[in-house]
Every structure is written in structure tokens, then in C-alpha cells.
Design a protein around this ligand. Structure first.
Ligand code: CO
Length: 311
């Protein structure tokens, strides 16, 4: 899409969310809709809400209000299922200090649920996708493998009990990660969702004269992921992402195809990927300790030509 040439639009299509001026204040907006990743309707609603708010946090915004978007077949689902999905979303929004103020449902052969979220944002402190510079450290705030585990659940290779850890991460708001990024003057931030770690890392690199060097051994991976890859529980999206990126990513020779698939696995409600000046790491650590954020330093930024090097 073309960029919008109007001073009221601070950020148009292309970043994690759009930012517009309303008078002197700025608002940030995004929308995301997903199909169920777990069997329990309440948990699905809560995960979908956390996932939809993620783009707002990735920009440094604070969610304020949301509209629900629901697609379902009225013959297939009893009313309590829909009620529970909405209740999960309302509760997750409340945790974030936001409100569900309306929504719309449509008849759909496959269940889908998501939110359009509006938030407030400081127009002078917007976290963009681009802007990582040589010498920056790369920080990831949730482990990878969520797509593989939810595929295993759908495929019957795992029980809901087995993906508990993944569910906990999907339910975790990116609020604390956003706070830590803002308070340590992060140079660039995005959230890891459907294009996988590599796809979103590549979006941060687009057209910039730097490379990301990822130290694979430091990348956090959920337990059970490797066993599920061996059982063939890999979402098609992981292969598509990998195929799409292959010209721009250089993998170390000792990395297996499994390792590459973990890096391209589509995430639901994944973590933030943050580029931070090295001398801000201590500050980031301090904020994280205080607000209880988990994070992993997984690589660095060097001069380059927009490539990712995994070693
Ligand atoms: Co995003």
C-alpha cells in the first residue's frame, strides 16, 4: 500500500500498527483475527485478545478500547461457546486496562475470533520496526515453537496439558516487554507472529544497511518442540516462511532443518524482538527485574545489506 501524505497520519501501513493524530494526541490502531489454537473457548478468547493487543505494545502504545470480530457457524456452536470466547477476551482486555466496547459477528464455516484495538501512544516515543544500528543487541521476550505445539494439539499428537507452557506464554501480554523497550530507548521493536522469528526479523531489516547475526544456541525454544517436529507436527506456514526467506538468511552448516523450522515457525501471541544499544542492556535488565519480564539476548546487529546470519 502507498504511504499516506497527510500530516495527521504519523505512521501508515507497513509497521505493526498505524498511528494517527487526534488533535494534539496520537492514537495507535491494529487488528488481528485468528482461528482456535486451543480447545477451551475462554482460553482461546483470552489468547486472541493478547495476540491482538501485541501490535499496540510493539509500537509502544497502551491499549484503550477494542471491537470484537467473530466468524462462526451458528449451527455448529452453542451460545455458551461464544459467550466464553468473549468472556476470555474481556478479561484479558481488563488485565491490560482496556475495554471491549462493541463488535460484529458474521456467519463463517470456520470459527475465527479477534479484536480491532485502539490505544494511546506518545507521539514522540513510537517504537518502529526499522532503525536497528550496528552494535545493537537483539533481545527476544518469549520462546519459539508455539505454532508447532498448537499444530501438535490440533493433530492429536499432544493433549492440552502438554502445551500448558505454550498457553501461558500466549496469554502473557507484551506490556512488560514494551515498557522495558521504551525505558531503555530501544532503537527498533516488532512482535513475532505469523511470519515466525525470521520473517519478522527480516521486516526489521527491510532496506537497511545492517545484518542481524543470531546466535542459535541462545534462542529460547519451548520444551517438546523437537519431538513434535520429529512426529511431523510442523505447520505449513513454517515451511512457507522458510521458503520465502531463503535468499536472505544464511544458516550455519551445522544447523539442521528442524532448527531452521523452529526459527520460521508461525507464532500466535509471540514475544517482542527488540534492538537495543549495548550500553542500554544494564538498564533493560534493571527494568525487567523490576517488572518481572523474561528475556533472552539472542544476537547482535552488524553493518551489512539486510541479511540474517544464523550461526
Ligand atoms: Co506485529
Amino acid at each position: 500500500m502507498q504511504q499516506i501524505d497527510d500530516p495527521r497520519v504519523l505512521i501508515g501501513p507497513g509497521d505493526d500498527a498505524g498511528v494517527c493524530l487526534v488533535g494534539e494526541e496520537a492514537i495507535v490502531e491494529s487488528v488481528d483475527v485468528i482461528t482456535p489454537v486451543v480447545d477451551d473457548p475462554y482460553t482461546f478468547g483470552a489468547i486472541s485478545a493478547a495476540n491482538s493487543m501485541s501490535d499496540i505494545y510493539a509500537m509502544g502504545g497502551i491499549p484503550m478500547s477494542a471491537l470484537a470480530i467473530l466468524g462462526f457457524s451458528s449451527c455448529d456452536y452453542e451460545p455458551w461457546v461464544i459467550k466464553d470466547i468473549l468472556k476470555g477476551a474481556v478479561d484479558k482486555l481488563r488485565e491490560a486496562g482496556a475495554f471491549l466496547v462493541g463488535g460484529h459477528s458474521i456467519e463463517d464455516s470456520e470459527l475465527k475470533f479477534g479484536l480491532s484495538v485502539m490505544g494511546r501512544i506518545n507521539k514522540d516515543r513510537i517504537l518502529r520496526k526499522g532503525g536497528a544500528g550496528p552494535g545493537d543487541r537483539l533481545i527476544l521476550t518469549k520462546p519459539l515453537g508455539i505454532g508447532i505445539l498448537t499444530t501438535a494439539l490440533k493433530g492429536g499428537a499432544m493433549k492440552e496439558e502438554g502445551i500448558k507452557e505454550a498457553v501461558t506464554w500466549m496469554l502473557t501480554l507484551n506490556l512488560k516487554a514494551s515498557e522495558a523497550a521504551l525505558r531503555s530507548q530501544a532503537h527498533a521493536v516488532t512482535d513475532i507472529t505469523g511470519f515466525g522469528f525470521l520473517g519478522h526479523a527480516m521486516n526489521m531489516l527491510y532496506d537497511s544497511p545492517v545484518n542481524f547475526v543470531i546466535n542459535y544456541k541462545t534462542v529460547p525454544v519451548l520444551s517438546g518442540v523437537r519431538a513434535m517436529i520429529d512426529s511431523g507436527m510442523v505447520p505449513e506456514g513454517a515451511y512457507n516462511n522458510l521458503n520465502f526467506l531463503k535468499d536472505n538468511v544464511r544458516f550455519a552448516e551445522d544447523l539442521s532443518e528442524e532448527d531452521c523450522l523452529i526459527l520460521s515457525d508461525p507464532q500466535t501471541s509471540g514475544g517482542l524482538l527488540i534492538a537495543l544499544a549495548e550500553n542500554e542492556i544494564a538498564n533493560f535488565e534493571q527494568v525487567s527485574k523490576k517488572n518481572g519480564l523474561s528475556y533472552w539476548i539472542i544476537g547482535e546487529v552488524v553493518k551489512g545489506e539486510g541479511k540474517i546470519i544464523v550461526r
